[in-house]
Every structure is written in structure tokens, then in C-alpha cells.
Design a protein around this ligand. Structure first.
Ligand SMILES: *[C@@H]1O[C@H](CO)[C@@H](O)[C@H](O)[C@H]1NC(C)=O
Ligand SMILES: *[C@@H]1O[C@H](CO)[C@@H](O)[C@H](O)[C@H]1NC(C)=O
Ligand SMILES: *[C@@H]1O[C@H](CO)[C@@H](O)[C@H](O)[C@H]1NC(C)=O
Ligand SMILES: *[C@@H]1O[C@H](CO)[C@@H](O)[C@H](O)[C@H]1NC(C)=O
Ligand SMILES: *[C@@H]1O[C@H](CO)[C@@H](O)[C@H](O)[C@H]1NC(C)=O
Ligand SMILES: *[C@@H]1O[C@H](CO)[C@@H](O)[C@H](O)[C@H]1NC(C)=O
Ligand SMILES: *[C@@H]1O[C@H](CO)[C@@H](O)[C@H](O)[C@H]1NC(C)=O
Ligand SMILES: *[C@@H]1O[C@H](CO)[C@@H](O)[C@H](O)[C@H]1NC(C)=O
Ligand SMILES: *[C@@H]1O[C@H](CO)[C@@H](O)[C@H](O)[C@H]1NC(C)=O
Ligand SMILES: *[C@@H]1O[C@H](CO)[C@@H](O)[C@H](O)[C@H]1NC(C)=O
Ligand SMILES: *[C@@H]1O[C@H](CO)[C@@H](O)[C@H](O)[C@H]1NC(C)=O
Ligand SMILES: *[C@@H]1O[C@H](CO)[C@@H](O)[C@H](O)[C@H]1NC(C)=O
Length: 580
């Protein structure tokens, strides 16, 4: 039987921070802290599954050199009447380190985070969930189909948002009981993640908004259908234009674009801080005829399942490449940057900013025919086979008979089929906003995987849906009180960019904690340059929709520029339903 909230917990409360880890890190203390069946509707905790064991001086968090001492807890729950089984694990800092915080880390690709220790450096309890499909071992794309034609909807909803939401709700109750806090006490609850982790964060504030005080979401992989099919677009553009550029030619086009557009922002530092000015002022055709050269190379790439799956990895050899940039090569690059349109010329999606790497367009060398051939990135290929065609195949084998209209159809099918699960674009964040939630959203401006304009579009959707009757200035002001968006000049996908030595924000959690707990509202975002001429420089990034403009080699202003903002503004008439 469950111990009730009573004598032992109350005694602990009196001395919670004086307690040692060994005092609180016991099966019985965790069992007594579990939410009782019926309090979190639909969630039945199974006390007999609780494990609790102290972990001393362990290294925690990816890349962290600090060591932490915490209580490692696991527990299983089921959904009422369903007979399923969801394992969650939590890491509780030792009582003297606990700062009344709960922290949720995002995953990436098709994986949720399997590490519960990411919050320890902030004195926060953290958690991770098996999501009911053994997500600690499986990537969701491996379980999305039971077989050809049959979608695993349980796994889909759990991956989409439910598993993290439940892990957080249970974790907050557990945290209060574990440390003997009053059930009405505040536990500051944070989310942090990038890429699919950014999408997961958006899913949390869209679906469980009142649970979170602060969310930091980078380069969210949301608008999932459009985003995943967009990964096939580069290959489709090459097929449509019947030109398969040597990768070196595309790389040269990117390098030459960076060189040409770098100074447009007022400082020549190897970084296009204003891709909008590049789009408005630079014509890619001026690169035609420039020489390119790349040495022969052998490279190994990991499969899309990252560390969880070895079979997607492949080794490829490319020969030495040299030549001059062709008109066809520029045409392909321009088409990719322009984004997908249907055969009527109606826009279906946006694309990467000019100057972003064109890695999805990389062709592969066929040694037998001595030709460059189409390569379909499995990020997009697998989405089409499994999620659209419902075939249990890891990649598309070809794009035979696939046109731009086919891609639009795929996007439409995916959007409609997964509208209330994976799409993750609900633009009404009222429950989050009205319960005091703060959102810090950022995106590398030269992200070659998830277009930064995708984030801008969501920001615009939230603004127009939540403040339809306010003037432009007023809605901007209201929004900035709780939702701030930052583009990171030159940055790639969830990290710095080897082609553009720009700044990257490194201490977002500190900014967020100050905002949530100390009411220090940011107006700029602290970022540091980690390579190149300006290595070590701090740049306080401009909050969208203002844009940086360098006034000298050491200072920039955040300016309002209507033409620039318009260049980031899209509508998608190829779809009949609104695309938020
Ligand atoms: C809650 O319900 C589950 C079954 O759904 C059961 O195994 C468990 O013992 C219940 N917990 C308590 C405290 O009764
Ligand atoms: C953990 O590290 C601390 C400080 O270095 C040390 O005093 C303590 O003995 C260590 N504990 C264990 C269990 O290794
Ligand atoms: C945490 O506990 C689980 C369940 O007992 C165990 O499998 C896991 O290895 C433990 N993790 C650490 C880091 O000790
Ligand atoms: C899943 O991984 C955990 C460790 O991360 C391991 O203890 C467990 O046995 C694995 N489960 C399966 C079904 O492979
Ligand atoms: C592009 O620039 C990078 C350095 O910024 C360089 O390593 C690479 O070789 C260049 N590629 C081409 C094709 O010029
Ligand atoms: C770029 O230059 C080409 C060739 O001069 C021209 O055909 C094209 O219209 C220009 N594009 C833009 C967007 O100005
Ligand atoms: C490519 O083909 C050439 C002969 O045309 C051969 O010498 C070479 O070993 C082949 N390379 C690979 C990686 O198969
Ligand atoms: C996906 O399949 C296509 C066509 O067979 C192939 O060109 C491409 O290399 C594959 N991608 C991956 C990542 O395996
Ligand atoms: C699923 O469909 C694919 C494509 O048609 C086929 O290759 C595969 O054998 C099918 N799998 C099963 C288990 O029938
Ligand atoms: C492609 O379309 C042509 C003409 O419509 C048709 O004959 C062919 O069978 C199609 N190929 C595939 C693979 O669907
Ligand atoms: C910016 O972040 C760096 C560390 O990343 C820190 O040293 C510095 O104090 C921060 N500056 C501001 C103004 O927050
Ligand atoms: C600014 O930097 C550029 C490029 O490094 C340099 O050529 C220029 O002289 C610098 N300007 C000033 C005023 O120092």
C-alpha cells in the first residue's frame, strides 16, 4: 500500500536540505512521493517497480566535466485500463544541491533524450522516459509501423508530446514529495532542446503549457510534414533540372556566396549576419565561371538513427573534383534556395537561407559509370516511405515519376495525417503564456537542415493568432514579454558553422533562470564567437524582428528593416488549409 503524505514526509520537510542523499534516496521515500492513482488522470503508478540508488561523483550531462552526486530513480506507470508500461527515470540532486527546479532535456532525430542528468548542474531534478516503446533503446522511426500499412499511434503520440508531458507532471509531484516540499510549493520547471528537441519543447508549451515556467527551443523540427519532405526537395530539384552537380561545385557556390554577402552587414568577418540582404542584393549567377577544386576524399557518415543504429552508416569515396561553376549548377542552387513550388507556381514551402550549406543536394559518385548521381537523404526518404507510403523501408529507392507536385502531395498527406501529433505548429500558446511561461526560441541563420525561416514563420503565426487586434507595435511588445526569438548569425544546425565563424549562445539556461526566477527580462541574447578573427568576442544578439548592422568592426546596432523582414515572410498557397 502507498504510504500517505504524512508523518515521515513531514519530518523530512523540516530538514529537507539538511538531509543526506542516503536519507532520501530510498525506495520507500520515492514510493511515498508518487502521485496516487487518480490524481494525475489516466496515469497509474506501480509502486512495486520503484528503484532508488545513490550515485556518487558521476560525470553528468553531455560534454560536462563536472561530477554530480544524485539519486537514480526508476519507476513504471501504465495508462489506466490500457495495460501498457512506461518506464521513467529521474535524477534527483543531493538535497544540499537542490534548487527547487525541474529540468527536461530534448532529444534529436527520432530519439527522445535518454539521459536524466542534464538538470543536475542547475540543481534541478531531471527525467527521461521510455515512452512506452523502450525509447531508451529504440528510435521512434524504428517502431512507427507495426508492419506495412499499420501505424503505431501509441508510439506516435507518445513521441510527439505525451511521453514528455507525463514525465514532467509525474516528476514535479515526485520532486515535491522526495524533498518533503509542500504540495503547493513552486518547482521551477524548464525545458531545453534543439532540432527535434526544439520540436519537443514546442510540443510541451503547446500541449502542457501550464507545466513549464521556461522553455528554450533551438531550431525546432516542427511543421514536421513539410520539414521532412523538404529533405527530399534538393534531390527532386536536381532531377527536375536534370543536373547532378559535383558536390564541390555546390560547395563552391556556397563559399562564393558567403564571400560576396559577408560585407553586406557592415563587417567583413566571414559571417553573413544578414542573409536577408544577401537574398535581396546578391545574384547567384555572378558566381558562374568561378573555379572550384576539391581533393579526393573518403568519408563515413552515420545513419539517421545516430548512435542507436549502426546499419544506416555508410562509407563513400569521392574523386578529385575541379572545374568551373556552371549555369546549371547555379540554377540548381537557386531552385533549392527558392523553395518548393507546385506546377502552378504556388509556394508550398520555404527553404534554407542563401549562403547555407547545400548538403541535402550532395550527389554520390558512381565509380562504375564515372558519373555523379542523385542521393536521397534518408532523413527525407525514410519519412516518405514510412510515414507517407506506410512501407517499412528505411529510404526511398529513387524519385522515378516524382515531381514537385508529388512532394506537395506528400507534405499535404503528412500534415493532415499527423496534424495533431507530429506537426507541432499549434499557434495558440495561451495556457503557457497566461500561466507565466517564458519562451526563448533561437535558430542558426545558416542552418542547412531546418530552415531558419521555419522558425520565423511560427513566430509570425503565434503573433497573428494571439494578438489579432493589436497594432504591430503593441503585439510586438506583448509578445516580447514572454516569447523572444533570436536568429544566430552564421550558425548552422544547433551549433556553429565551419564555413562561417559566427557567435553562438552558450548560456541560455542562465538567461532563462534569471527571467523566470528573478524577473530579469532579456532584450538581447548573449553569444560568443568561438573561432576566426573575432574569437572570444561577445555579441549580444538582436531580438527578432530587429536585425544586426555593423557600424564598425566592433559594434553593431539592431535595426528595423521592413524589406528584410518581408524577405522572411511567406505564405503557402499550395495548401488549402492554413500552414502555421
Ligand atoms: C495503481 O494502479 C496500478 C494498476 O493500474 C497498480 O498496479 C498499482 O498498485 C496502483 N497503485 C496503488 C498505490 O494502488
Ligand atoms: C566524491 O568526491 C568527494 C570530493 O572529491 C569525496 O570527498 C568523496 O569521498 C567522493 N565520494 C565517493 C563515494 O567516491
Ligand atoms: C539507475 O537505476 C537503474 C535501475 O536500477 C539501472 O539500470 C541503471 O544502471 C542506474 N543508473 C546509474 C547511472 O546508476
Ligand atoms: C534498454 O537499455 C537499457 C540500458 O540503457 C537496458 O538496461 C535494457 O535492458 C534495454 N532493454 C532492452 C529491451 O533492450
Ligand atoms: C569552402 O570553404 C571552406 C573553408 O571555409 C574550405 O574548407 C573548402 O575547401 C571550400 N570549398 C570549396 C569547394 O572551395
Ligand atoms: C540574376 O541575374 C540573371 C542574369 O543576369 C537574371 O536573369 C536574373 O533575373 C537575376 N535574378 C534576379 C533575382 O535579379
Ligand atoms: C574505381 O574504379 C577504378 C577503375 O575504373 C578502380 O581502379 C578503383 O579501385 C575503383 N574504386 C573503388 C572505390 O571502387
Ligand atoms: C537513400 O536511397 C537513395 C536511392 O537508393 C540513395 O541514393 C541514398 O544514398 C540513400 N541514402 C542513404 C542515406 O542511405
Ligand atoms: C513491405 O513493403 C515493402 C515494399 O513493398 C516490401 O519490400 C516488404 O517486403 C514488405 N514487408 C513485408 C513484411 O511484407
Ligand atoms: C512513370 O510514369 C510512366 C508514364 O506515366 C509510366 O509508364 C511508368 O510506369 C511510371 N513509373 C513508375 C515507377 O511509376
Ligand atoms: C555572456 O556569456 C559569457 C559566457 O558564455 C559570460 O562570461 C558573460 O558574462 C556573459 N555576458 C553577459 C552580458 O551576460
Ligand atoms: C575592419 O576589418 C577589416 C577586415 O578585417 C579591415 O580590412 C579593416 O581595415 C577594418 N576596419 C577598421 C576601421 O579597422
Amino acid at each position: 500500500m502507498r504510504l500517505s503524505w504524512g508523518a515521515s514526509a513531514a519530518a523530512l520537510a523540516a530538514s529537507a536540505s539538511a538531509a543526506s542523499l542516503a536519507d532520501v534516496c530510498t525506495v520507500s521515500n520515492v514510493q511515498s512521493a508518487l502521485p496516487s492513482n487518480g490524481t494525475l488522470l489516466g496515469i497509474n503508478m506501480i509502486p512495486s517497480t520503484v528503484t532508488a540508488s545513490p550515485v556518487y561523483n558521476a560525470s553528468a550531462g553531455m560534454g560536462s566535466t563536472e561530477t554530480y552526486t544524485y539519486c537514480n530513480v526508476t519507476v513504471t506507470y501504465e495508462h489506466t485500463g490500457k495495460g501498457d508500461s512506461v518506464v521513467i527515470k529521474y535524477a534527483f540532486p543531493k538535497p544540499s544541491d537542490f534548487k527547487k527546479r525541474f529540468y527536461v532535456a530534448g532529444g534529436g532525430g527520432f530519439s527522445l533524450s535518454s539521459d536524466a542528468t542534464g538538470g543536475l548542474e542547475y540543481g534541478a531534478v531531471g527525467g527521461a522516459t521510455s515512452a512506452g516503446y523502450d525509447a531508451f533503446n529504440n528510435s521512434y522511426d524504428e517502431v512507427v509501423l507495426y508492419g506495412n500499412g499499420t501505424i503505431n499511434w501509441d508510439a506516435t503520440y507518445m513521441f510527439a508530446y505525451q511521453a514528455l508531458g507525463e514525465m514532467t507532471k509525474i516528476g514535479k509531484v515526485l520532486t515535491k514529495g522526495f524533498y518533503g516540499m509542500a504540495s503547493s510549493a513552486k518547482v521551477y520547471t524548464y525545458y531545453e532542446g534543439c532540432s527535434d528537441g526544439g520540436r519537443e519543447g514546442m510540443s510541451q508549451i503547446q500541449r502542457y503549457g501550464e507545466e513549464y515556467d521556461g522553455a528554450i527551443t533551438g531550431a525546432p523540427a516542427f511543421r514536421f510534414a513539410q520539414q521532412q519532405v523538404h529533405h527530399v526537395f534538393s534531390a527532386a530539384a536536381e532531377q527536375t533540372l536534370d543536373y547532378y552537380p559535383p558536390p564541390c561545385e555546390l560547395a563552391k557556390i556556397v563559399n562564393a556566396t558567403i564571400a560576396a554577402c559577408d560585407p553586406l552587414d557592415g563587417r567583413t568577418d566571414g559571417v553573413i549576419s544578414r542573409t536577408d540582404l544577401c537574398k535581396l542584393k546578391f545574384n547567384l549567377t555572378s558566381i558562374i565561371g568561378e573555379e572550384y577544386y576539391c581533393a579526393a576524399a573518403t568519408s563515413t557518415s552515420l545513419g539517421f538513427g545516430f548512435s542507436k543504429r549502426a546499419d544506416g552508416s555508410s562509407t563513400s569515396t569521392t574523386p578529385e573534383q575541379s572545374g568551373k561553376v556552371t549555369a546549371k549548377g547555379v540554377q540548381v542552387a537557386q531552385a533549392i534556395y527558392d523553395g518548393l513550388h507546385n506546377s502552378k507556381g504556388e509556394r508550398a514551402y520555404l527553404s534554407w537561407q542563401v549562403g547555407s550549406e547545400l548538403s541535402d543536394g550532395d550527389t554520390t559518385w558512381n565509380n562504375a559509370t564515372s558519373k555523379w548521381e542523385m542521393s536521397i537523404p534518408s532523413t527525407g526518404g525514410e519519412y516518405v516511405t514510412k510515414f507517407i507510403q506506410l512501407l517499412d523501408l528505411d529510404n526511398l529507392s529513387d524519385l522515378d515519376n516524382v515531381t514537385y507536385d508529388t512532394l506537395v502531395d506528400w507534405m499535404n498527406t503528412g500534415m493532415v495525417r499527423y496534424m495533431d501529433s507530429l506537426q507541432t505548429t499549434l499557434p495558440d500558446l495561451t495556457p503557457f503564456q497566461s500561466s507565466g511561461g517564458k519562451l526563448l526560441h533561437y535558430h542558426g541563420e545558416s542552418d542547412p537542415s531546418i530552415p531558419s525561416a521555419s522558425s520565423v514563420h511560427y513566430w509570425q503565426s503565434v503573433r497573428s493568432i494571439m494578438y489579432p487586434h493589436l497594432s504591430s507595435q503593441d503585439s510586438l511588445k506583448e509578445l516580447a514579454d514572454w516569447y523572444q526569438f533570436y536568429l544566430v548569425p552564421g550558425a548552422a544546425h544547433c551549433g556553429t558553422n565551419k564555413l562561417q565563424p559566427g557567435p553562438y549562445p552558450e548560456n541560455n539556461m542562465q538567461t532563462m533562470i534569471d527571467w523566470v526566477e528573478n524577473d530579469v527580462k532579456p532584450s538581447r541574447l548573449n553569444a560568443t564567437v568561438s573561432s576566426g578573427t573575432y574569437e572570444g568576442e561577445t555579441q549580444m544578439l538582436c531580438q527578432w524582428p530587429t536585425r544586426p548592422l555593423w557600424k564598425s568592426n566592433s559594434t553593431f546596432q539592431c535595426v528595423d528593416d521592413k524589406a528584410s523582414i518581408e524577405s522572411w515572410t511567406y505564405s503557402f498557397p499550395a495548401f488549402k488549409v492554413p500552414v502555421y
